[in-house]
Design a protein. Sequence first.
Length: 483
Amino acid sequence: MLESPLLPQTRSLIAGEWTDGGEGTLLRVKNPATGELLAEIPEAGARDARRAIESARASMALVPDPGRRALYLNRIHELLLENREDLARIITLEQGKPLRESHIEVEYTAAFFRFFAGRTDLLDPHPFAVPNSPLRWVVHHRPVGVVAMITPWNLPLAMLGKKFAAALLAGCGVVSKPAPETPLSAIALFALAERAGIPSGLVNLVVGPAEPIGVELCSHPAVRVISFTGSTEVGKLLIRRSADSVKRVSLELGGNAPFIVFEDADLELAVESLMVNKFRCAGQTCICANRVFVHETLASELLMRLRDKLPKLVVGNGMDPATDIGPLIDPSAWEKVDSLVKDALSKGAKLAHGGNPDRPRGSDWGAFYPPTLIVGANEGMRLFHEEIFGPVIAVTTFREEEEVLARANSSQHGLAGYVFTKDAARGTRMVTKLQCGHVGLNSSSGPTPSAPFGGMKASGIGREGGAEGLMEYLETQTVVEGI
Ligand code: NAD
């Protein structure tokens, strides 16, 4: 079992009390690298979710002013950094990623708390003049109400932390449902929020099955926003379920990122950027390059460089400092990745490195997948339409700018996209026309707290980070006063 000062409780936090859920079942959290049992959590159900929502709603009446909320956020920022070793260990043990990546995740999460703590100005009322009107007009931002946060397992601390920081600054009550694979990072964050002195009952954590908790979150009238990060499929279901009570939905969904390397690109930069972007979290992030388009004149050089680098990557337990790629989250994720690779090979793609992995050793753990390079990929293959979510680079070639732009935009998704070229005019043309919410031009950098991040098309609705990220949790109210 995992022992940590941040996990004195491995339970739900409802109405200010760490409590066993009433579902009567145990959630068993396992280390995906070793199968070790990390925790057994008594699961919460619909009734617990309802209590959590009602507590969050009632506690909103006691929410302090924005200045005080900023103090809480700053305190959580400090606590996250003070406890970074423990937090990183928890993330790696339950999620599998290399420990150094978990440290980066902790710092990234902390940065959201610091950013929002510094932006109380965004809540200031905004008076404005209306020509020829004798009235006084003022725009106010009010907390939207209770926010339900449903988060995935790939960045279990960061995906929750970025929502939590923005909603708290906005003055909202919170009910969080973490992914069943990785609830411990969420429990640790709530333990730190409690230590920071957040008013009891305002922030609630409900650990339990997606159904029936998800149904309760979507149907309860006090929940005003469903803030979800996860797959497009579940996102669509949540939209449908939230329609009856007309909730706002803030959705960070799946991606299918094009990574485009033009003939005039700095090839070394492109290859380095691809390596970092693709193998982070064993390829299980929404902004990972899914389709690599390389100009036909550069293809053999790019492949040679990748073939040189891939064999040097170490696959193993994320707690081992030598590890570059940890396990996939579970064997069903492994099966999905392997089926995409097999589908591509059966349709004419070639394996340039990796593939042919050993099947996972345990029944529900040890899903290691080797770094794999596939050439000759194309739109007839599943991996050009589905998120690979594994350490597999799929390369295709192109000739013309218009052609690659059309192919890049042909996906239903539009989250991240990357363009490598030294031609500034071409770079501008491409970023203008690429249908992606996050575009890297000669960079594969991910999001940062001060910038809005989110997807176009089926990759989502709304943004996280930046002023836009705060607006997800605010109602805009216009007050007109006779003078
Ligand atoms: P998922 O959609 O299966 O699960 C995400 C969360 O939703 C989990 O907490 C899960 O328990 C919950 N859930 C599942 N079914 C539900 C239901 N019926 N009602 C309520 N909640 C339900 O996704 P996942 O496999 O955990 O995560 C991977 C996906 O997340 C990928 O598609 C990835 O691209 C996406 N993602 C997107 C972003 C982004 O910022 N756009 C970031 C990270 C991950």
